[in-house]
Design a protein around this ligand. Structure first.
Ligand SMILES: Cc1cc2nc3c(=O)[nH]c(=O)nc-3n(C[C@H](O)[C@H](O)[C@H](O)COP(=O)(O)O)c2cc1C
Length: 245
């Protein structure tokens, strides 16, 4: 499929057929992930491709109910991994913040490469950050050692087309998201109200669980769901050797 069209057509998919991904598709996704850019070319993103049903069920249970991981064919987990640099001898027990930040960028880019490669082959998926609530238990389960840590997950599968939304999730106006040269404040009450309504109309028509929330209300509900686990997350990254704060 045309690469631009794949990007334009993106929507997150969370329901899949009970089918394995074709092997060629998996190889292509791996190739796309491997070829992704890497800050300073440190190559510090290691991707765990999790297909073992028992592991998927356990990670699903640790991640809360929303992820449907137990039913997903595959979960790809993009992890910081500085062990190779440590083996090479120029990283010791801890990773400075800027280098840690580079690694987060590598993992995010790799995840997007995988998703786009999957979508280009008629597959679908959704990025997953929700697993981080029980990050240290998940990391233990996957035997991640010191100087490694999960950053971002991706559920992949053969889409159940009955759940593809007829409309993509509306974005804020493009010139609120992309600006020429210098930053400006594009906020406008009237346009904001129009966007909120557009989002609520979309949400009401959503195949997978309609709601009547505006974007503002949806964001506020998401923020309210945050809990003390953010502190655990920082604590976990620190314990793995990453300098934060
Ligand atoms: C870093 C990141 C983490 C995400 N985590 C989750 C998640 O834990 N659960 C989920 O259902 N969707 C998750 N998503 C998907 C977003 O909800 C989705 O991209 C957004 O609502 C826009 O919808 P669309 O991708 O269908 O356009 C995540 C997306 C990103 C980029």
């Amino acid at each position: 499929m045309d690469c631009l069209q794949v990007l334009f057509d993106h929507q997150s998919l969370r329901h899949f057929k009970d089918e394995a991904l074709p092997q060629t598709a998996v190889e292509n996704i791996k190739r796309a992930v491997t070829q992704t850019s890497s800050a300073c070319f440190f190559q510090v993103c290691t991707t765990l491709r999790i297909t073992d049903r028992e592991l998927l069920i356990k990670i699903g249970a640790l991640s809360g109910g929303t992820m449907k991981l137990a039913h997903a064919p595959e979960f790809w987990l993009f992890c910081l991994d500085f062990t190779k640099l440590a083996h090479a001898g120029f990283i010791q027990r801890s990773i400075p913040f800027d280098v840690f930040f580079n690694g987060i960028n590598d993992c995010s880019m790799a995840c997007q490469s995988a998703l786009t490669a999957a979508e280009a082959q008629g597959l679908g998926g959704v990025a997953i950050g929700g697993f981080k609530r029980r990050i240290s238990e998940i990391a233990q389960l996957l035997k991640l050692p010191h100087l490694t840590a999960p950053v971002l997950g991706l559920v992949l599968g053969v889409p159940d087309e009955a759940y593809r939304e007829p409309q993509q999730k509306p974005r804020l106006p493009q010139d609120w998201l992309i600006m020429d040269n210098m930053w400006r404040d594009p906020f406008d009450e009237k346009m904001f109200a129009v966007y909120n309504q557009e989002f609520a109309d979309y949400a009401a028509r959503r195949v997978a669980g309609p709601s009547h929330k505006t974007w503002e209300q949806a964001c506020s509900a998401m923020l309210a769901k945050r809990d003390a686990t953010a502190d655990d997350l920082v604590q976990y990254y620190r314990s793995q050797g990453f300098t934060i704060g």
